[in-house]
Write a protein that binds this ligand. Structure first.
Ligand code: ATP
Ligand code: MG
Length: 244
């Protein structure tokens, strides 16, 4: 099993959309996949046709009895599973935050229990500026960390000031018409050995997929973004699959 933790270098870079699209693409390649929403905003579920009002998720299931967290796991397709965060009131969320800080290895243990059932676990994490900030759960050392960014000046500034450590960098919403984007991609390729050699293009199909409440590969199988994500999945199989 390989665990991939995805987070934006800042908010809004498309992390949740990429988790949904990548989960679907890996499943299409015959992999057993679980996608876990670790972002309290709880939006990943919307890519799999769950109702806006649906409040179920691991954080809600584990509220009364912590051992029941995994009861919120949903099968989307055979071999493709989703664990939504759930919707918590602000005070319950603050309580959960405290609990997670008191038990920093909570997700290390939980991921261990899922080990045998999946080839890939994709984690949708909130955007962070640096590793180890409060609210970001401790994860096993073997986790493959993937930072999603856009080729713009804000991401460039954050990358220059914060660095990326050993994290892989994935460029989303790439627009080859933009000179700035092309220049930044070249520059990052020279500076960062872990820049993934597959971008995901800016594609209306990616935006339309969420409006249609499905991952892009389901919504638009022939779209450019779908082909990008399929190539990304193949790259991951070669790069990360050896941890299985
Ligand atoms: N490659 C793309 N082309 C066009 N639109 C995209 C692309 N990727 C994501 N989007 C759109 O951008 C919007 C934000 O995406 P998303 O919610 O996945 O971002 P996020 O990084 O998870 O945000 P947050 O930091 O709030 O969690 C969505 O409407 C999504 O459809
Ligand atoms: Mg998100």
């Amino acid at each position: 099993m390989t665990v991939v933790a995805l987070s934006g270098i800042r908010g809004g870079t498309g992390t949740t959309s990429v988790v949904a699209a990548l989960g679907f693409a890996l499943h299409t390649l015959g992999q057993r996949v679980l996608m876990v929403d670790l972002n309290p905003r709880n939006l990943l579920r919307l890519h799999f046709n769950l109702a806006l009002e649906s409040a179920d998720g691991w954080a809600v299931a584990g509220q009364e009895d912590e051992a029941r967290w995994s009861e919120a796991l949903l099968q989307v397709l055979e071999g493709l599973h989703l664990l939504p965060y759930g919707t918590l009131a602000a005070n319950a969320l603050a309580g959960l935050e405290l609990h997670q800080r008191a038990h920093p290895d909570l997700w290390v243990q939980r991921l261990q229990t899922l080990h045998a059932h999946f080839d890939w676990i994709l984690l949708d994490l909130p955007a962070t500026l640096a590793d180890g900030q409060p609210g970001v759960p401790m994860l096993p050392d073997t986790v493959m960390r993937l930072r999603v960014l856009e080729a713009d000046a804000a991401c460039h500034a954050l990358l220059s000031t914060e660095g990326a450590g050993d994290d892989y960098l994935l460029v989303n919403r790439f627009d080859p018409i933009s000179q700035l984007q092309r220049d930044l991609l070249l520059l990052w390729g020279e500076r960062h050995s872990r820049l993934i050699p597959q971008v995901i293009h800016r594609d209306e199909a990616m935006a339309g997929a969420l409006a249609w409440k499905s991952p892009v590969g389901y919504y638009a199988p022939d779209a450019l973004a779908t082909r990008d994500v399929r190539s990304l999945a193949t790259w991951l199989l070669a790069e990360g699959g050896h941890d299985a």
